[in-house]
Design a binder for this molecule. Structure first.
Ligand code: F6R
Length: 575
């Protein structure tokens, strides 16, 4: 969602902030803006649409050494120049991520006539109002914690004050530590060109950032912060020679899965056998990861496993025993609904385990136990490598001891799968002109279909549905026409015949069928038969990689904005 970058230091601030924003483009946004200090005056430029519109309007050679920038993903008020950040009221200029829930009350309290429609503009007005009374910005920032309701990461500059300020609650913010220069950012990739060292601001903390000094405070007292180091090679967050981040990240999977596997070698993983029930919670693809492992978990652990959509779980009446475990899955570690579900599980007094990619993220810090996947930075909005690494880690949790050798074979199978890219790209040519694509499978195969269908629709904008294969004839089969592509997944020996019958049903109605299987199936059910010759516990990882490659090439054929599909954001930090 929205991105924040701020810079203070020895170099020109504008190019640093703009390149930082460029590195956050993947998060999704619909307008962008920058505020910089020049000859003691704060100048602001904002543009609707792509960041390049802003880049074209700002002179990067200006001698400004303090700037804040923002990419906005509209929540309160339409995407427009007036609603874009930074917002300046009186002495205060700020950029804000999150939502101030009581902004209307605050506006009434100070009788502020807003120009735009955003909570962030009111926030600037309110801070200016407090600043006029206190005349000390650090005192004001300290007060805000008890006044503001909602979530916020704020970067702020004050008239006639050569400092950069920031504060946060429930929305991520880091302070990048350079040499003669310091940064603030909502996400690590924004600063990686300049430094890999950073502080993570905790809830309620605020900071004064100078070019060679950073002071972080909580409740009026200075706090000592731990310096974090970004552990991956910086090029892992770059596109390198790939056309899109999505394709690069599909290829990254070999290394990402290897890193995930290796980092837990010899490590004692949490014992899930001590629980009498497990609930797995996530949003979107993270939810589908849970769906993919449900059957394995129930089979191996012999307990009931529920998989819940986080936005539902957080508001649902749930009764959990004291020996229950809630597993939350999140790439970003910042998804609002998943975080709220985790907090709910904590209030219910059960154990919580987070499977997260972004180190130090809110979900990672709030969970009783956290296991990091080692996917590296994922920039394409549609998740690929984080999905398969989450799947791997969850499977390792139940199969670790008996299947370790088999897991190491995974990397070879990933390589074999990636080598089929050209073939799969030609297959995409037979699908991309259709308006609907259906996915069919049963049980775990159905879970894989859900992810395959989501991947396809989000990047290619083709309408797609995943169906539990036996359910199709209860309604949806009416949508099958001559040529409608149907992708079937058949990897479960026990019920393979059943899905084969369902594929025959759609074939008889003219469907163009693509069957992905490790079973022996009749040749005539498939227009395209993709045989995956493995029986391993990690099979879903391989199937998903096939589906990712197909989705990518279908989107490419359709000329879509693959890394930043319309309306989507990478990290969904609002409800
Ligand atoms: C789909 C996708 C989303 C995310 C979902 C959860 O490709 O990326 O469905 O999986 O928004 O995000 P995280 O994992 O960051 O909680």
């Amino acid at each position: 969602m929205c991105g924040i970058v701020g810079y203070i230091g020895k170099n020109r601030a504008i190019p640093v902030v703009l390149s930082g924003l460029k590195n956050l483009e993947y998060r999704g946004y619909d307008s962008a803006g920058i505020a910089y200090v020049l000859n003691n005056k704060i100048k602001i430029k904002k543009e609707k649409g792509k960041l390049d519109n802003l880049v074209d309007k700002v002179n990067s050679d200006i001698d400004s050494f303090l700037a804040i920038g923002h990419t906005r993903w509209a929540t309160h008020g339409e995407p427009s120049v007036v609603n874009a950040h930074p917002h300046c009221v009186g002495s205060i200029t700020l950029v804000h991520n999150g939502i101030i829930e009581n902004y209307d009350e605050l506006r009434e309290e100070i009788d502020y006539q807003a120009v735009g429609e955003t909570d962030s503009e009111v926030l600037a007005a309110y801070i200016d109002y407090l600043y006029k009374q206190e005349k000390d910005i650090l005192k004001v920032l300290n007060k805000l914690k008890s006044i503001l309701k909602g979530s916020y990461a704020i970067g702020l500059i004050v008239n006639n004050d050569d400092s950069l300020y920031c504060l946060r609650k429930d929305s991520p913010l880091i302070i990048g530590l350079g040499n003669g220069e310091n940064f603030i950012a909502s996400d690590v990739p924004a600063i990686l060109e300049y430094t890999n060292k950073y502080y993570i601001l905790d809830n309620g903390e605020y900071a004064k950032v100078l070019k060679d000094d950073v002071k972080v405070y909580l409740d009026g007292k200075e706090v000592k912060k731990k310096v974090n180091t970004f552990e991956f090679d910086i090029t892992s967050a770059q596109k390198n020679n790939y056309k899109h981040f999505m394709l690069k990240e599909i290829h990254d999977q070999r290394e990402a899965l290897y890193n995930t596997l290796k980092s837990y070698e010899g490590v004692v993983l949490p014992d899930l056998r001590k629980y009498d029930g497990i609930t797995i919670v996530g949003c979107g693809s993270a939810y589908y990861v849970g769906m993919c492992v449900k059957d394995d978990y129930e089979k191996v652990l012999n307990v009931k496993v529920d998989v819940e959509i986080a936005s539902e779980f957080r508001y649902k009446r749930v009764i959990l025993s004291k020996k229950h475990l809630v597993i939350v899955i999140s790439q970003s570690g910042e998804t609002a609904d998943t975080l709220a579900s985790l907090m709910k599980a904590k209030t219910l007094g059960v154990d919580t385990l987070a499977i997260v990619n972004v180190v130090g993220s809110s979900i990672a810090r709030e969970a009783k136990e956290v296991l990091y996947i080692k996917a590296g930075v994922e920039k394409a909005v549609a998740t690929t490598k984080a999905f398969t690494c989450q799947l791997l880690l969850l499977l390792m949790l139940v199969y670790n001891k008996n299947n370790y050798q088999k897991f190491t074979d995974l990397i070879k199978d990933v390589e074999i799968t990636l080598a089929k890219e050209e073939y799969l790209s030609s297959l995409a040519k037979s699908i991309y002109k259709y308006n609907d694509v259906f996915f069919l499978g049963r049980l775990r195969d159905y879970a894989m279909c859900l992810e395959g269908s989501l991947k396809l629709k989000e990047v290619s904008y083709i309408h797609s549905e995943a169906y539990a294969a036996g359910e199709l004839k209860h309604g949806t089969i009416s949508l099958i026409e001559e040529g409608t592509p149907v992708i079937a997944i058949i990897t479960d020996k026990e019920i393979a015949d059943k899905t084969v019958s369902n594929v025959k049903e759609v074939k008889a109605r003219g469907a163009y069928t693509i069957v992905i299987t490790n079973q022996v199936v009749p040749n005539d059910i498939a227009d395209v038969l993709i045989n995956i010759d493995i029986e391993a516990v990690y099979l879903p990882i391989i199937v998903i990689i096939y589906l990712q490659i197909i989705a990518y090439y279908v989107a490419l054929e359709r000329g879509c904005d693959i890394d930043k599909p319309r309306n989507l954001a990478k990290s969904v930090t609002v409800e």
